[in-house]
Design a binder for this molecule. Structure first.
Ligand SMILES: Nc1ncnc2c1ncn2[C@@H]1O[C@H](COP(=O)(O)OP(=O)(O)OP(=O)(O)O)[C@@H](O)[C@H]1O
Length: 259
């Protein structure tokens, strides 16, 4: 369980985020949605801040009481942008994810290979990272984060992972987008806590167990897909003429833009 209480982030005299109470249970993929500037990245950043603000507890222990290495084995963060200018091979970048683990090199290499296969880039292991397209680089970093937290439960330690994904599908084509959400869903189904910032509300509706709708630095709605992605909520928050209808081909909802 991840519990966030009384989290306030202020910068330049402005309150960017104010969360009184938010909890995400193991087994849950929570989509963090909301318009530009709502505070989604600020919230994920607060969860990886070395000096946490507010009260943030992961598995009943305040974040500041976790040992750095233990936390690095459990908490994985995929940021929106990466800065890596070194000519590492793709394989090396993914293996970097294993650095918090004191596991044998051969295991780390095997895990890195497995994670690259998960993101469909097994064939690119020996390529230079610098030659990758934007979407490929994003998938390599997802593989690195997966290698860090462990792609399957038998590689997890005492606790299932907390996986934080900031717009993980931003540069991805439709097929890769689905593949990435399926990976996130699998981690959650196995007991992990997954929080993913998503702009595509239909992807959020399809894959998320819960939605947290942020607006102006506060939680506007949090709960099941059906309870949060209502036309009234979305119109109020996005200031757009949106409609929510049952999905014609499967269970779930479809968010439509109206003229
Ligand atoms: N260092 C800073 N100083 C002042 N304001 C900031 C700072 N960092 C972020 N902000 C502001 O905080 C607000 C929330 O930003 P944040 O990046 O969390 O939004 P977001 O919901 O992730 O948006 P987007 O969908 O555009 O990525 C924005 O209005 C942003 O301009």
């Amino acid at each position: 369980m991840l519990e966030i209480q009384e989290l306030v982030v202020r910068k330049s005299g402005r309150t960017l985020l104010e969360i009184a109470d938010l909890a995400v249970a193991g087994g849950c993929l929570m989509a963090l949605v909301g318009p530009n500037g709502a505070g989604k990245t600020t919230l994920l950043s607060a969860l990886v801040n070395p000096k946490p603000r507010g009260r943030i507890r992961l598995y009943d222990k305040p974040l500041e009481r976790w040992k750095t290495r233990d936390l690095a084995q459990v908490r994985g963060f995929l940021p929106q942008q990466f800065q890596l200018a070194a000519a590492f091979s793709v394989r090396d970048v993914v293996e970097l994810g294993r650095s918090p683990h004191l596991t044998p090199r051969a295991l780390n290499q095997a895990v890195a290979r497995e994670c690259l296969e998960h993101v469909g880039l097994g064939h690119a292991a020996s390529r230079s990272y610098l030659t990758l397209s934007g979407g490929e680089a994003q998938r390599v970093h997802l593989a690195r984060v997966l290698a860090q937290i462990g792609p399957r439960p038998d590689l997890w330690g005492a606790y299932p992972p907390l996986l934080l994904l900031d717009e993980p599908t931003a540069s991805l084509d439709l097929g890769q987008r689905t593949a990435v959400l399926k990976i996130a869903k699998r981690i959650a189904k196995a007991g992990g806590i997954v929080i993913a910032v998503l702009h595509d509300l239909n992807i959020a509706a399809r894959y998320a167990d819960e939605i947290c709708l942020l607006s102006q630095g506060r939680i506007y709605a949090h709960g099941s897909v059906g309870a949060t992605l209502t036309a009234d909520n979305l119109r109020a928050v996005y200031q757009a003429n949106l409609e929510v209808v049952p999905h014609p081909a499967q269970a779930g909802l479809l968010v439509l833009e109206q003229d």
